[in-house]
Design a protein around this ligand. Structure first.
Ligand SMILES: [Zn+2]
Length: 308
């Protein structure tokens, strides 16, 4: 029996295997972040710090390494107070790195008196954090071709403070030097106007990232051009902190802005989430990312992009 256990263990440690993310897991992560106990995760509140610690715990469970120092929590200053971004690394076969980000903060609690005063931010942006955590789940038991960095930004709602701080953090320069692309996940809780298992990418016209992803697409994943390009979301989301560093960085979303009624409302809670679609998108990203190597995936900007 012992021998058999040993053989099985040897087999599994020698064979890299991907791990499909379950809908229950997705539900558990997004429900925790969007729970009333998190009180809308506003920067500077104890609940915001609880959210950061929760994400750090998930990173630890997935055996990620620290991006810098001796913690997943990367501090910066907010109005004289220490607040945190959360950052973890998965070492792959190459130093070349692909990044995944989202923002975990939201807008807190409404001052209006009423039955529901909590801005749970299930879609904005617990769904984005759940996506990046899901991708780290997917690769937990394998060594991917690319290394991977996972960043949960704080203070987006107060003007992209966290992504600005961490992008300027010299301790992470080694990671940034090797960063081939950053996928910033922003609001993926609902079905997109392109249907299920489909997302759109901001600033599609500025690089060949979407073309490259679609040409390696697995599991039916489709990345569409930004249908709301006139809103300039490419320059108004956390990805822009990295665009300024000339790193390929786009936001990925499913939010149909003409249809959703929960943007920055108290009803952005767990009831708006399409768990099945979100789970499928996470696994489709996992399967597609598994196909990428530094040889076949080297996205570039064209000269239409503005770096400042
Ligand atoms: Zn957001």
């Amino acid at each position: 029996m012992k021998k058999l256990t040993y053989l099985i263990l040897t087999f599994f440690s020698a064979t890299a295997f991907a791990q499909e993310v379950t809908q229950d897991r997705v539900k558990s992560v997004i429900s925790t972040l969007a729970s009333d106990e998190m009180k809308g995760r506003e920067i500077g509140t104890p609940e915001n710090e609880n959210a950061a610690n929760y994400i750090a715990k998930l990173f630890k469970e997935n055996n990620l390494e620290y991006c810098t120092g001796d913690s997943y929590l990367v501090p910066f200053d907010y109005k004289g107070k220490t607040v945190y971004n959360v950052c973890g690394i998965k070492k792959g076969k190459s130093e070349k790195t692909v990044g995944f980000s989202g923002h975990f903060d939201h807008i807190g609690v409404s001052k209006r008196v009423g039955e529901d005063t909590i801005y749970n931010g299930a879609d904005d942006d617990a769904s984005g954090i759940t996506t990046l955590v899901g991708i780290s789940d997917y690769f937990k038991n394998q060594k991917p071709e690319f290394s991977m960095v996972f960043m949960a930004f704080n203070g987006e709602e107060k003007g992209m403070l966290g992504s600005t701080a961490i992008a300027a953090d010299k301790n992470l320069d080694k990671i940034y030097t090797n960063l081939s692309a950053l996928f910033n996940f922003e609001m993926l809780a609902t079905e997109s106007e392109f249907g299920k298992n489909a997302v759109f990418i901001t600033g599609d016209e500025f690089s060949d990232l979407d073309e490259l992803m679609n040409s390696h697409s697995e599991n039916g994943l489709k990345i569409h051009p930004d249908p709301y390009a006139s809103e300039q979301l490419f320059y108004r989301s956390d990805n822009v902190s990295f665009v300024k560093k000339k790193i390929i960085a786009h936001s990925i979303s499913t939010a149909d802005m003409s249809k959703i009624k929960h943007y920055h409302q108290v009803n952005d809670d767990i009831s708006v989430v399409d768990f099945e679609n979100l789970t499928q998108i996470i696994n489709s990203f996992g399967k597609t990312l598994e196909k990428l190597t530094p040889k076949n995936f080297n996205p570039k900007y064209n000269d239409k992009v503005k770096f400042n």
